[in-house]
Ligand binder design. Structure first.
Ligand SMILES: [Zn+2]
Length: 316
């Protein structure tokens, strides 16, 4: 199960227990975002398709309990991945009951133009509406490398999106949920509202009551930040080691050059003292050499700089 599927399944479990007003909001969001109106033998019906049977049965149950409209679920196709796709057909008047459709002056059913009024105002229903949208036309992906979430997306980043065929409706969602910092773009014929920031995605999951999903996401965030810190620390350590090795090599070269031209013996005792230690411990850090001489690190550094300056002044 992908992360997206597990979040959806969590939502579907929790929405079964919501109040009637919220069931209506959920169903409205689903039918508005992915429902299609069809006419067969002069009979209108609303249809939604999904490879998620549980999702369709939740919608069908809500239509039955709130409006007495039964939804008929049947297997209709296979998707690109070979999974079964089901359709759920509702009696056409579910559209009118939910305010999705209206009759024109000739009595023909058509979609209502004023879709802003579909978005509920009360907090409970607003949440269910967003849950419906997410299950119907949303998805979420998180980077998963070595956790047990089972999604093979090591290179993927945090991404949550809602995909709308009706761009006006997408704009209305943006303004109704203005506290969610959605960004938007167009992909093919769809308007996409999306979140990229892991913290914002976590907030969204809390809002749609996917607490298990939020915990999984947080584990990934923490795991990654620990790995990043460990990498940063080890990069830093190896950079320091490299610097120390380069410095020690320079010191050793200067010392042996001064010996070669016979200047070494006339150096001040303090410089010879540290030079001997460097020869003895070529891989010792500046700290270790300073400690052996019981002087400060900057004192040791000063002495080595002096040795190198003298070698340089001799053209070495
Ligand atoms: Zn409600």
């Amino acid at each position: 199960m992908t992360f997206s599927q597990s979040v959806k399944s969590e939502i579907l479990k929790s929405v079964r227990n919501v109040k009637g007003c919220c069931k209506t909001a959920f169903l409205t969001a689903v039918l508005k975002s992915i429902g299609s109106l069809s006419i067969e033998f002069k009979k209108f019906s609303f249809e939604i398709e999904s490879d998620n049977h549980e999702f369709l049965s939740v919608c069908s149950d809500f239509a039955a309990s709130e409006y007495g409209c039964n939804g008929k679920i049947e297997s209709c196709n296979v998707n690109a991945k070979g999974a079964a796709v089901y359709s759920c057909n509702f009696d056409g008047n579910i559209g009118e009951k939910l305010g999705l459709t209206e009759r024109d002056k000739d009595g023909l059913i058509q979609f209502c133009q004023d879709t802003a009024k579909l978005i509920p105002a009360s907090n409970c229903c607003k949440r269910s509406f967003l849950q419906g949208l997410f299950v119907a036309c949303g998805s979420v992906a998180i980077p998963v490398a070595d956790t047990d979430i089972g999604e093979n997306t090591t290179r993927s980043k945090y991404h949550l999106e809602l995909r709308f065929a009706d761009s006006d409706f997408a704009e209305q969602i943006l303004s109704a949920y203005s506290d969610i910092p959605f960004r938007s773009t167009i992909r093919k014929a769809y308007k996409i509202l999306y979140l990229k920031d892991s913290e914002r995605i976590a907030d969204f999951l809390v809002y749609i009551n996917a607490m298990k999903g939020k915990l999984k996401l947080e584990n990934v965030i923490i795991g990654r930040s620990m790995r990043n810190n460990a990498n940063r620390q080890s990069n830093c350590i190896s950079a320091n080691i490299e610097k120390a090795v380069v410095a020690a090599e320079k010191q050793l070269t200067a010392i042996s050059a001064l010996k070669n031209i016979g200047v070494y013996d006339s150096l001040p005792v303090q410089l010879k003292e540290i030079a001997e230690l460097r020869n003895e411990y070529p891989e010792a850090t500046l700290d270790e050499i300073a400690a052996k001489l019981k002087i400060s690190k900057s004192g040791a550094n000063h002495r080595f700089t002096k040795i190198i300056d003298i070698a340089n002044s001799k053209g070495l």
